[in-house]
Design a binder for this molecule. Sequence first.
Ligand code: HEM
Length: 346
Amino acid sequence: MRGQTQTASAGGRWRGDGAAAWCWWWVAVVLLLGHLPSCARAGLLESNPGLAYNFYKNSCPSVDSIVRSVTWAQVAANPALPARLLRLHFHDCFVKGCDASILLDTAQSEKTAAPNLSVGGYEVIDAIKAQLERACPGVVSCADIVALAARDAVSYQFKASLWQVETGRRDGTVSLASNTGALPSPFAGFAGLLQSFSDRGLNLTDLVALSGAHTIGVASCSSVTPRLYQGNASSVDPLLDSAYARTLMSSCPNPSPASATVALDGGTPFRFDSGYYTRVQQRQGTLASDAALAQNAAAAQMVADLTNPIKFYAAFSMSMKKMGRVDVLTGANGQIRKQCRQVNTS
Ligand code: HEM
């Protein structure tokens, strides 16, 4: 499925669902706004590390329109990109914070590490950066571009943003493959996943809400086959629905070609919807880490709640904002890279 092309109007799906998507989006926004005062009381919004909405209002007023137009044009040509750009942002934030360290092309950099070998979307960031450097040289950080592109790639489905992005991040100068151990393993159990999130200041709600990103995109078969061919190669992970296991086996034989992939959400792999949670409930989560969410009572209750698309969009929005704040560099820290793949030399 990776690399497969599909136009935005294929089967009339995007077009046909447009009105419904708009409706859901507006309902979600209303719900989200309704949640904001209580979140502020809970201290969530007080922990802002120095980011702001419209950080570039005066220094680069065209930032939003440039990021959106480049991202939407690329997503229109390649429907795999929303998943790639969303995952790129996650893998950036979880390793040394949201500082664009994943983009650096140095020897032994983060992108050379095993968990990042299937990460993509770098060329979209390059294209956005090139346009921004023409419009406002040396102003917009690569870390902010990664965060904005993730939002806009997903927003292509709705033609409106599902979450707001604070900006003002600055770029890091260090990128080491050895730091990628901070990324959660797809084979982790519930406790390991929660630990990985809490190490970054994220909680159980964030874990369950952000796992909903697996409503789109694909996994390499190597991330799934250990569940399908356990031990003597004949037993299947008991947490996996047996009919779904057979479906996965047909996409991922033993052994599978290195390039083989399988949809993370076998129901609607290109739609950013709450179907992921229904599938987790039905023991059809593709990764062991997806299945793990049903193994803890509190998480399973949240999974049940988030089958409601309105609740999912609201929860995802809140948690994306939190993830976008993880260990950010602001103020005089870091730098604004001229090119996203290399640190400034002068
Ligand atoms: C909860 C812990 C998580 C684990 C263990 C995990 C693990 C994985 C793995 C193993 C893959 C497939 C990679 C491959 O085999 O090629 C994947 C794909 C993906 N992940 Fe996660 N992930 C987690 C959380 C997240 C979060 C928080 C986000 C974003 C907010 C995210 C977004 C994605 C997306 C969109 C894809 C599909 C990428 C594509 O199609 O190119 N994941 N994840």
